[in-house]
Design a protein around this ligand. Structure first.
Ligand code: 6GU
Length: 227
């Protein structure tokens, strides 16, 4: 799977992409992330990517020409052109079902906003899918793009090792419930012991216990997931 990220701050991504599972997936050729600096598509002397809003008001608005030029150039780099996504707090809220849809795409082109927003004509011309990662405001779409890449990468076959699995993750279980509690050594810490059933070796009992724990935790914390 290929991700192209269009941003004013490409450096933000380097640390994140060079660690852990994402790095392994990239090194193994299972995913690729290409960063594109929107500022490189400006044509004026001052490389201006934002300007004051018509009609007045605080903040700056991202200009239409560099973003549209950058998107069109990046989409032409390779086939297929990829699914175009604009990260924005006005977008459709990301959840695991949407992650599954996105992870089935061969290529995503992710456009990160900053400041007060995009010139509306960017959206009118490019007609991207707008995606938000939740009901709060970030300084920009970069953290949201990393969330999309991270969540999708877990669903790409081979990115998680054999010993790991996205099947048991919260929201990914058949039942859509939260995860059961996990324990590892030592058996006792500050008087807190590991539930006896997990030491029993009875795999049927363990599976039943875990299912029940998932259900109880979901009922207590996220009744909405059971409805
Ligand atoms: Cl995608 N961008 C910004 N700026 N804020 C957000 C967001 C995105 N998703 C939630 N809040």
């Amino acid at each position: 799977m290929r991700f192209d990220v269009l941003t004013l701050f490409p450096e933000i991504f380097s640390g994140y992409l060079s660690q852990s599972l994402l790095k392994k997936g990239i090194d193994a050729g299972l995913l690729a992330v290409h960063l594109h600096d929107i500022r490189r598509w400006t044509t004026d002397k001052h490389q201006k990517v934002d300007d004051r809003p018509f009609g007045g008001g605080p903040g700056m608005v991202i200009k239409v020409e560099p973003v549209v030029d950058c998107v069109e150039a990046v989409q032409k780099l390779v086939e297929p052109a990829g699914k175009l996504i604009l990260l924005s707090p006005q977008g459709k809220r990301l959840d695991q079902d949407l992650v599954k849809e996105l992870a089935a795409e061969p290529r995503l082109v992710l456009v990160c906003g900053r400041y007060e927003g995009f010139d509306q004509r960017i959206i009118d011309v490019l007609q991207p899918e707008e995606i938000s990662i939740g009901d709060y405001v970030l300084n920009g779409g970069e953290a949201a793009a990393m969330v999309v890449i991270d969540a999708c990468s877990r669903l790409i076959p081979g990115v998680l090792g054999d010993e790991q699995s996205s099947q048991d993750d919260s929201f990914s279980t058949e039942s859509g419930q939260l995860e059961f509690p996990q324990y590892t050594r030592p058996r006792e810490f500050r008087g807190l012991t590991v539930p006896e059933v997990l030491l029993s070796g009875d795999h049927g009992e363990i599976a039943r216990w875990r299912q029940e724990q998932s259900y109880l935790k979901t009922k207590e914390r996220r009744q909405d997931l059971l409805e």
